[in-house]
Design a protein around this ligand. Structure first.
Ligand SMILES: O=C(O)CCC(=O)C(=O)O
Ligand SMILES: [Fe+2]
Length: 333
């Protein structure tokens, strides 16, 4: 495993990395990477862009209303976020070029990671949240909060340590709807923090989004990384970065990370496999945790197992009640 100390990272960053590996998510704070003005500007731009595309959805294919896609109500996303404004590109390039950020990414993804998507997600007051789920093999997200969110309303939430559990949430039938997760707020941990805070999570960690009962929009940038050995693809709302954009950022760290022509192998239609450079033979941590037969890691706290058992009981009782009600209704017809 790449040693984070070798990358000249701050010692506090080493502790944060430890939390990420053990809990599956972490807020590392702002680390003074972006100034308050830069964070404010990012927020203003996301505000302007979301409002503009809401008014005219034909203006871009990157605007998604989660209600339309059937994955929630009261939340919106703008994909290929950095492509929509040079100031966004500049700020995100600054984040991904930062020595501490690179040290964390290298430690969990190896040397050869790539970025698939950059989205800005808005959770508006009344957002119903997002059910518990896991995403693609090896995927790891970097989060930048654009709004203060100390209560966790409309925040990404996690079941700590669940990235180390051998079975998936889907296999166990515990893709808990956010309405239930909200009732169990003590169990799931939201990504709380202040505007400008940066964090990471493995998309293998069981996660979703709490409903937003506050009176404020909760906005966050989510950058999706893939390590070598993992595959990402474009399609649906996730379009390929435009060639003009990639050309305009060539030579920058963000350009290296976004251009699929660099460090990947085409394995299908708009499908790219991240390839290891010579010498980086070690399996990245984000890949290891995706395959329990390889890592032999387990959640350390007994409470994690107790929660998983509770969720299984809750969800199967729910399914039993639903099934019985449907049966009774059909008999009474
Ligand atoms: O909207 C959210 O906070 C959840 C995001 C999510 O599930 C993801 O980025 O994989
Ligand atoms: Fe997700």
């Amino acid at each position: 495993m790449t040693d984070v100390k070798k990358q000249n990272a701050d010692s506090d960053v080493c502790d944060k990395l430890h939390s990420l590996k053990t809990l599956g998510f972490v807020n590392i704070g702002g680390l003074n990477i972006l100034s308050a003005n830069e964070v404010e500007r990012l927020h203003e731009l996301s505000d302007d862009l979301l409002l503009r595309f809401e008014r005219d959805t034909r203006e871009t294919k990157d605007y998604t209303d989660f209600k339309r896609t059937g994955v929630g109500e009261g939340a919106w996303a703008l994909t290929r976020f950095s492509q929509h404004h040079p100031a966004i590109t500049q700020a995100i390039d600054k984040v991904v070029s930062n020595v501490n950020i690179k040290a964390i990414l290298t430690s969990v993804l190896g040397e050869d990671y790539k970025i698939w998507q950059i989205i800005v997600r808005r959770s508006a007051p009344g957002d119903k949240g997002l059910n518990l789920h896991q995403d693609s093999f090896g995927e790891t997200n970097l989060v930048i909060l654009l709004t203060d969110n100390l209560a966790g309303d409309g925040a990404t939430m996690f079941l700590p340590e669940s990235h180390l559990f051998s079975k998936t949430a889907r296999a166990l039938g515990v893709e808990v709807p956010s309405i239930i997760a909200n009732l169990l707020r003590g169990i799931f941990k939201p990504f709380k923090g202040k505007a400008g805070n940066i964090g990471f999570f493995f998309n293998r960690t069981w996660h979703g989004r709490f409903s937003n009962t506050s009176s404020q929009n909760q906005d966050a940038i989510l950058i999706s990384f893939f390590p070598s050995g993992a595959t990402f693809g474009f399609g649906g709302p996730y379009l390929e970065w435009s060639n003009e954009y990639l050309e305009s950022i060539s030579g920058t760290e963000l350009g290296r990370l976004l251009d699929p022509a660099l460090g990947t192998e085409v394995v299908g239609d708009k499908l790219y496999k991240v390839t290891p450079s010579a010498g980086d033979m070690e399996l990245p941590y984000a890949i290891k945790i995706a395959d329990p037969s390889v890592h032999h890691l387990k959640p350390a706290c007994w409470s994690t197992y107790a929660v998983i058992l509770l969720l299984r009981i809750l969800m199967s009782s729910g399914r039993f009640v639903k099934h019985s009600m449907a049966l009774i209704k059909s008999k009474l017809k």
